[in-house]
Design a protein around this ligand. Structure first.
Ligand code: GLU
Length: 188
């Protein structure tokens, strides 16, 4: 079972994401990754196969990935071997959508065929199809793109999503798989 963490606020996101993921390590995983955005700069995605320790070392405890908004994931592979390419977050072909997913998209093969997505995909996962579909349906309104995407999905999912042109905003939706969202008093 994977773990997902997201953070947006006043603090540096990467150390918070890594700390959150370490608290979810007990759930089991085979790879990990984070995506962090720093103002108007392109979202940075760092992934590593194996222990979270590898990702922590790769990012110098998160210090090498500045930014105050981000998402993180520990993956338990169900579709596609454990590898850096198959690790989450997944980025859509033009970089507009970055997403992490917990669960299984049962109809991902049909979706690839129906929406002609094969050429846009880099991994073997069911999850990347969700990022590709969100991107396909995105016309400037994240909620609409999410609703349309979710209406096409069969299976279980907790999704946490960044849209490149929606600075500092994290989107999330779920079916069966749980998600918890909180707001800190000081808006941190
Ligand atoms: N089915 C997805 C994959 O294989 C997500 C697995 C998970 O929940 O970690 O990448």
């Amino acid at each position: 079972m994977c773990g997902i963490v997201g953070f947006t606020g006043k603090h540096q996101a990467a150390p918070i994401l890594l700390d959150g993921l370490s608290k979810l390590e007990y759930r089991g995983y085979d790879s990990a990754g984070i995506a962090v955005r720093d103002g108007d700069k392109e979202t940075e995605v760092i992934k590593a196969k194996g222990r979270l320790k590898v990702l922590i070392e790769k990012t110098n405890g998160g210090e090498s990935v500045p930014g105050t908004c981000g998402i993180g994931h520990t993956r338990w592979a169900t579709h596609g071997e454990p590898s850096e390419t198959n690790a989450h977050p997944h980025v859509s072909e033009n970089g507009n959508v970055v997403a992490v997913h917990n669960g299984i998209i049962e109809n991902y093969r049909e979706l690839i065929a129906d929406y002609d997505l094969a050429d846009t995909l880099k991994s073997e996962t069911d999850s990347e199809v969700v990022a590709a579909l969100l991107n396909r349906f995105y016309e400037g309104n994240p909620e609409e793109a999410i609703k349309k995407t979710v209406s096409k999905l069969k299976g279980t999912f907790a999704l946490v999503i960044l849209f490149e042109d929606q600075k500092d905003v994290i989107y999330s939706t779920r079916n069966v798989s749980p998600i918890v969202a909180t707001i800190c008093k000081e808006g941190a």
